[in-house]
Design a protein around this ligand. Structure first.
Ligand code: SAM
Length: 396
């Protein structure tokens, strides 16, 4: 252990497995404030715990706790300090009786305060880790951990922004947890300027706004952005459709001050001024599975539209390939991100054909992270995070 650094156990939720390293991860940090700062942004973190003992051997584990320096234990062992001991048997199970036995095995700590299950002054966490393979559970745990809970992560935000209670959703709305993870990957903070060029129902913008971003979106689908597509929920059939909009979602969460605008725009066509500079581009492009991959265009030779049809003309569309779309997205990011700004995007992948070297590349962007979400035996999507390194050459 380095100098004054202390060990903290970061306990992550056991879901979206490729988006965190391990369920239990030991961080060496200088103080509790650092743990709280990390936890204030993490939606995958369950608890940040000051680690008092950790071992793969139960005898060493309890010895360390017995020999705990009194300045660590004493402030929490006083008669006026209420407490509870939580027990997690990760990868196995326990009866109520076994749980009580486990709690009682720590009686040597000499905690003198009253036990209080709801909002105690201090909560301790004991964890036995039986591994991740539920078909091969060992007789004894691989690891034992005990510590004092310092803080919780932001798991509450997942239900606060849940799609189940959201006013406006579409059939490709991103769930709140992944949207929040994407905002984190994009390093969105107070005042960041964030753009989603394939905005749909705006789930990614909601998450970015939650972390203080000012949000701008664009989409080719006029009907969706104007709340005129089919209602997303059956029970909303009789509601006035103007209530379903990205702005309504922002209002629902008290985030309307973060909303910049939405634009109906085909991403394949140039629209934005060269001076537009963004802190983050966070997006989920169409994959052609649940929505068409289209751009404006025609295959007809005679493209002229008569005067009388001009005002009401809806432009026709042609197919927009994934390769072309991703190329356009990286070129756009290289142009419009500020240096160090981030592009966070999903790409669809056929698992048997995946090779990292085939991921989209741009000389001005560096791929920082690449996490897989498995969708079926054959298909997955990967969340890619790029950082802008330099400005493109003039004319690019
Ligand atoms: C996967 S969905 C995005 C869903 C969105 N993240 C949400 O939370 O609702 C992709 C979106 O891209 C839009 N789109 C398809 N082709 C486009 C294009 N050429 N330019 C801009 N948007 C396009 C679709 O209308 C769709 O809303």
């Amino acid at each position: 252990m380095t100098g004054t650094l202390k060990k903290y156990l970061m306990w992550f939720a056991n879901e979206h497995l490729d988006f965190r390293l391990q369920p239990f991860w030991i961080a060496e940090l200088s103080n509790e404030e650092d743990v709280k700062r990390l936890a204030s942004r993490s939606v995958t973190l369950r608890y940040g715990i000051e680690l008092w003992s950790h071992s793969d051997n139960p005898i060493h584990f309890h010895d360390t706790l017995r020999r705990l320096p009194s300045n660590v234990l004493e402030p929490y062992a006083r008669p006026e300090v209420s407490f509870k001991v939580k027990v997690e048997v990760f990868g196995s199970s326990q009866t109520q009786e076994e749980k009580v036995q486990r709690i009682e095995s720590f009686s040597y700590l000499g905690l003198r305060g009253p036990v209080k299950l709801n909002k105690p002054d201090v909560a301790f966490q004991y964890i036995e880790f039986y591994g991740l393979d539920d078909k091969n559970v060992p007789d004894q745990p691989y690891d034992y951990y005990f510590g004092r809970i310092v803080t919780e992560g932001q798991r509450d935000l997942i239900s606060k922004l849940s799609l189940k209670k959201r006013i406006f959703i579409g059939n490709t709305s991103m769930d709140s947890q992944l949207s929040l993870i994407m905002a984190n990957q994009g390093l969105v903070k107070n005042g960041s300027f964030v753009f989603d060029p394939f905005v749909g129902s705006g789930s990614l913008l909601v998450a970015a706004a939650q972390f203080g971003g000012y949000v701008l979106g664009a989409d080719i689908d006029y009907l969706m952005l104007h709340g005129r597509s089919a209602p997303t929920r059956k029970q909303a059939r009789h509601k006035p459709r103007h209530e379903e909009s990205v702005m309504a979602n922002m209002k629902q969460y008290g985030l309307s001050s973060q909303y910049v605008d939405l634009v109906i725009a085909d991403f394949s066509l140039p629209l934005w001024s060269k001076t537009l500079k963004l802190d983050a581009i966070i997006t989920d492009p169409p994959y052609g599975v649940r929505e068409a991959m289209e751009r404006l265009g025609t295959t007809k030779e005679n493209k002229k539209i008569s005067e009388k049809h001009l005002a009401t003309h809806m432009p026709s569309k042609v197919q927009y390939t994934m390769t072309q779309l991703l190329h356009d997205l990286l070129v756009f990011a290289a142009r419009h991100l500020r240096i160090d700004g981030r592009l966070v995007t999903w790409v669809p992948v056929i698992r048997s054909e995946y090779e990292e070297t085939n991921l989209p590349k741009h000389e001005c962007l560096r791929l920082l992270d690449n996490s897989e979400q498995i969708l079926s035996t054959n298909a997955s999507r990967r969340l890619l995070t790029y950082e802008k390194l330099k400005e493109p050459m003039v004319g690019y």
